[in-house]
Design a binder for this molecule. Sequence first.
Ligand SMILES: Cc1cc2nc3c(=O)[nH]c(=O)nc-3n(C[C@H](O)[C@H](O)[C@H](O)COP(=O)(O)OP(=O)(O)OC[C@H]3O[C@@H](n4cnc5c(N)ncnc54)[C@H](O)[C@@H]3O)c2cc1C
Length: 404
Amino acid sequence: MQSGKRILILGAGFGGLAAANLLRGNLEPEHRITVIDKKKSFMMGLVNLWVLHGDRILEDSATPLDGLTSKGIEFLNDEIVEIDARSRSVLTKGRGKLESDYMIIALGAELDPERVPGFVGKGFNLYDSQQIPALRSRLLSARRGEKVAVAIMGIPYKCPPAPYEASMLISDLLLQNGKRDGIEIDIYAPTPVPIPVAGPQANKDMVDMLQKQGINFHPLHKVKSVQDDMLVFEDGRSASYDILAGVPAHKVPDVVSRSGIAPEGGWVPADPFTLKTAYERVFAIGDIAGLQPSGYAMAVPKAGIFAEGQGKAVALQIIHEIKLQMGNRSSSKQSQQNAEGLARFDGKGYCFFEVGNNMASYIEVDFYNKAGPAVVLHPPSASSYRKKREFENDRVREWLAANK
Ligand SMILES: Cc1cc2nc3c(=O)[nH]c(=O)nc-3n(C[C@H](O)[C@H](O)[C@H](O)COP(=O)(O)OP(=O)(O)OC[C@H]3O[C@@H](n4cnc5c(N)ncnc54)[C@H](O)[C@@H]3O)c2cc1C
């Protein structure tokens, strides 16, 4: 007699939730799907920008992960302290050892604000939702003549367009507040163009959009340290600021570095199409994965939409394999090939880039395009802005049986 399989999903973020739901919807109840997360609730990173702009309050934005239980997915609110990829088991703080037949590592990227000396305490962390209400208050109390700096302090970082989106929403907020004319906004990036992966046209369009809103883009500025009213760059230049909103450097979560499944200082290596790691029936998806297709200079960007696509691709592979093992073979070779094709991550994604005034651009990405990553930035529209709202609500409803 065949017994049910145990699937362990580490992390209830974009990738983990997408994988868990697709698995549950396609596997018999005898197969146990368990999601572990040290957080009790889920909130998309993009909500930070809504809170900053005043479209949402933080207290209304998180959705309890308990919603998984009503869908037949086991949720364990616990911290993973050790991962043994060889035996597909983890050690948790509260429940000890948990074993599995399939393991999906979806632990995301951690923020490392300490990496740039002086940033903590002097600047606001744009990627830490808890710091956004204070940043908003400070912006609302900004005086004419003050300077706002948005600084990207390390690469890779999640959602490459987000700091640019933030600078436009800050501009819009100051405009609504009647202060925009007297306040300078600068954005500092270590890269030569805003989003290197996006190619020349999309980058030109983005710089034009920033210029139109009077935002100064400063490429090739790597922040070395933060002083009370000054950013110091690695090449010796400096720039003054009054309000600093920074995107800190990112790092692989400590539990992953400790467990030896990623090279020192690096991300978990996985196949860019199947997301398989070097360990049997262990996958790495989303921000934690280092996906480097051969012949590509750049790794797959860290974004929720990609984490979701990768989570679905892995879920389909597991479903397919379990169904075959359970004797539930596909009726034809064609349908088997279709199933295998669908189970590959195709490198495609999209996002909505808010520009203020309830408008958003639509960005389409085909990262695995044969001639190199293809990115199209569509002009801002009210309908893309509405679709961004639906983007969040649809997923929260589908993944956690809740409405936003
Ligand atoms: C301001 C901002 C705007 C963004 N906008 C967009 C956007 O418009 N579109 C888009 O596609 N993406 C956007 N992103 C990026 C997106 O949020 C991330 O890329 C996405 O969340 C990655 O998903 P993931 O599943 O890999 O990891 P995450 O969603 O980060 O989930 C990882 C989970 O693992 C858990 N975890 C970590 N370590 C442990 C441990 N030891 N034990 C237990 N649990 C643990 C964490 O608590 C977390 O819940 C934005 C991000 C930010 C910050």
